[in-house]
Design a protein around this ligand. Structure first.
Ligand code: INI
Length: 158
């Protein structure tokens, strides 16, 4: 029988930080609602969820890195909304937040989940924040739960 390792969708005392941007708060507050709903419905308590607000998506990676280094959390969920219509520097913000979150995940040793919407229009963002296309915050939290449980089972580095 081939050995298989996976993470359960169950929270049992793990602590999660949600790093959310105030920019496009109309959208990101819905992502926080979705993520919180998912965590609570999978067994988390409110005491184990902390929301950390940052000004915009650009600031998500640096603050995530600080939180990861604190040792106070088992998983970090990054929530933001970068919308092309709102700015001239969409490409820079979207690209840096994607690369930055990936880098924190690779270097911190913690699961760092990318729940940042990158959309052309505000309508697309609304669709992904709890309407037609589901809620990206909920999906990000689901991935975070699975990854936190998976990390606990992975072989330790030598
Ligand atoms: N921040 C976002 O989170 N979403 C955006 O769509 C956005 N736009 O369009 O500019 C945005 N800009 C702000 C940026 O993230 C920083 O907060 C700002 O540049 C200060 O460093």
């Amino acid at each position: 029988m081939v050995k298989q390792i996976g993470g359960e969708l169950l929270v049992s005392g793990q602590r999660f930080a949600l790093v959310a941007s105030r920019f496009n708060e109309f959208i990101t507050s819905r992502l926080i609602d979705g993520a919180t709903d998912c965590l609570l419905r999978h067994g988390a308590t409110e005491d184990n969820i902390t929301v950390v607000w940052v000004p915009g998506a650009w600031e998500i990676p640096v603050v995530s890195a600080r939180l990861a280094a604190s040792g106070s959390y088992d998983g970090i969920i990054c929530l933001g909304a970068v919308i092309r219509g709102s700015t001239g520097h969409y490409d820079q913000v979207a690209s840096e937040v994607s690369k930055g979150v990936a880098r924190v995940g690779l270097t911190s040793g913690l699961p760092v989940i990318f729940g940042v919407l990158t959309c052309d229009t505000i309508e697309q963002a609304i669709e992904r924040a709890g309407t037609k296309a589901g809620n990206m915050g909920f999906k990000a939290a689901q991935s975070a739960i699975e990854m936190v449980n998976l990390y606990a089972k992975l072989p330790k580095s030598k």
